[in-house]
Design a protein around this ligand. Structure first.
Ligand SMILES: [Fe+2]
Ligand SMILES: [Fe+2]
Length: 477
């Protein structure tokens, strides 16, 4: 049988130029986020051009949050991109998620579509949840082997010997993002039908079935797939090896193994419009029963002037994780510029009032070395002489920003043999003692049974998961 490959794009949060103009309202809206908004058309088009240029791959799947705010202008322009793909001979399969519609009544989801003017916002035409299936019918439901109308989920033939279940979990707003009983029964039937035909089946949905890190499940359980425990069980029982997800905007590959040793992978993909945005390229070899997953990023964004910064640096500086890196030196060198950059996501009035204190604090933080953090915790005594020498010279801010920079793209670089690892875990150990001694329940409630802050911190220092958040090759059998 022939190999099959497809691209996966998720969380492209498309924003039409028709729903914003340059001005503080939209600039500030983008600042407080962790994804680019203004450049979403250019970013999507850059990736689509890569897809169109790849003659060996004829399928593209989109796993939700296709537009940012449910407005119709963005939906029409996104659908034009889908038409461009199909006109070029590609197959495009779409599911939708909570950002793709605006709630009213029983599908209330808290979003309201608007147009950003120079001074504020005004309402604009929006998509309702019940209209989504028809609007995107040509992109998946129409080609489906089976369609579950109630949820908008469907199964398509991906290629020889392999099917794909696109599970639409846009649910009832934010209260339940997953299939209901009837939908789950339909999914089980579909899995069994694929098996009976001697074919593999892959799953894709928007919300993750496994959290990217342990703390996520405790801190934000509602951000997981609704009914994730049942889904884990179903996948193990039915021997389904993989579910592709989006939503967290985090690049992350995790394995779940149940008490009987049955397992599956949750392959979560970073938002396309993150500064380090990527799509996945997945290849299935049905004869060998092997699935190979890689990631494709960008070096430049076509049609976007990024000045003397790389595309990554330019986009990184737009949102709060990157703005913090620019704010720290500005607080010391140019306080007015600092305030103007902080506007929109930090309390500027307070910062203006406490100028001296803020400047002093930022100056101190800028000068602080990694060794200070290591000595504050218990990391210093675990460091080798070389690590101590390094820590005495290395600015602490590099480690802080280094960790922040890897939250969304995954694969953080501070493994057990680094000074950063010792310093951070030393602090976490100290905090663990405080939390236990003073019974700080708010923190204790975030720690899974048998774990600790020290254990949880490792997820953010190096890859504690399958070894690489960007790529994996696994058995489908
Ligand atoms: Fe999203
Ligand atoms: Fe989402």
């Amino acid at each position: 049988m022939k190999q099959t490959s497809f691209y996966l794009v998720t969380d492209n949060h498309y924003v039409s130029r028709k729903v914003w103009v340059e001005g503080k309202p939209f600039t500030h809206r983008e600042r407080g986020d962790q994804i680019a908004l203004k450049a979403t058309p250019e970013i999507l088009d850059t990736f689509l051009e890569k897809i169109l240029a790849d003659e060996t791959t004829d399928t593209v799947i989109f796993t939700g949050d296709n537009v940012n705010n449910g407005d119709m202008a963005s939906h029409y322009e996104f659908r034009e991109r889908l038409e461009r793909l199909t006109a070029a001979g590609k197959k495009a399969y779409v599911i939708t998620a909570t950002h793709d519609y605006c709630g009213a009544g029983d599908d209330e989801n808290g979003f309201s579509a608007c147009r950003y003017t120079e001074t504020g916002t005004e309402p604009t035409e929006f998509m309702r949840k019940a209209e989504l299936l028809d609007f995107y019918f040509d992109y998946g439901p129409k080609q489906a082997l089976s369609l579950h109308r109630e949820s908008g989920s469907y199964v398509v033939q991906l290629g020889e010997g392999v099917r794909l279940a696109m599970i639409c979990d846009n649910g009832n707003g934010r209260s339940h993002c997953g299939l209901f009983e009837d939908g789950t029964a339909w999914l089980r039937e579909q899995i069994r039908a694929a098996k009976a035909a001697g074919e593999y089946i892959l799953l894709a949905t928007h919300h993750p079935v496994l959290p990217p890190w342990d703390v996520f499940e405790k801190a934000a359980p509602h951000e997981l797939y609704g009914g994730n425990r049942e889904m884990r069980q179903l996948m193990c029982e039915e021997n389904v090896r993989v579910i592709f997800t989006g939503h967290t905007h985090v690049q992350n590959i995790r394995k779940y193994t149940d008490s009987e040793g049955r397992w599956f992978l949750n392959i979560a993909t970073i938002a396309l419009v993150n500064a380090a945005g990527k799509m996945r390229r997945v290849t299935v070899d049905p004869d060998a029963g092997v699935c190979d997953v890689r990631s494709v990023g960008f070096e430049r964004i076509n049609g976007l002037d990024t000045g003397d910064r790389t595309a990554y640096e330019y986009l990184h500086a737009l949102n709060f994780p990157g703005i913090l890196e620019d704010l720290l030196p500005l607080a010391v060198s140019d306080y007015e510029a600092f305030l103007s950059l902080a506007e929109g996501f930090l309390p500027v009035d307070q910062l203006r009032k406490h100028k001296t204190a803020v400047r002093t604090l930022c100056k101190k933080l800028q000068k602080m070395k990694l060794s200070t953090a290591a000595k504050f915790g218990s990391g210093w005594k675990n460091m080798s002489p070389e690590q101590r020498e390094y820590a005495k010279k290395e600015p602490l801010q590099n480690a802080i920003f280094g960790v922040l920079r890897h939250i969304y793209p995954g694969n953080p670089p501070y493994g057990p043999d680094t000074a950063e690892y010792q310093a951070v875990l030393g602090i976490a150990r100290k905090l663990d003692r405080y939390v236990r001694r003073f019974r700080i329940e708010k923190v204790q409630s975030l720690i899974p049974e048998g774990s600790s802050l020290e254990e949880m911190a490792k997820d953010f220092l190096y890859n504690t998961r399958t070894g690489d958040d960007d790529a994996i090759r696994f058995d489908l059998k």
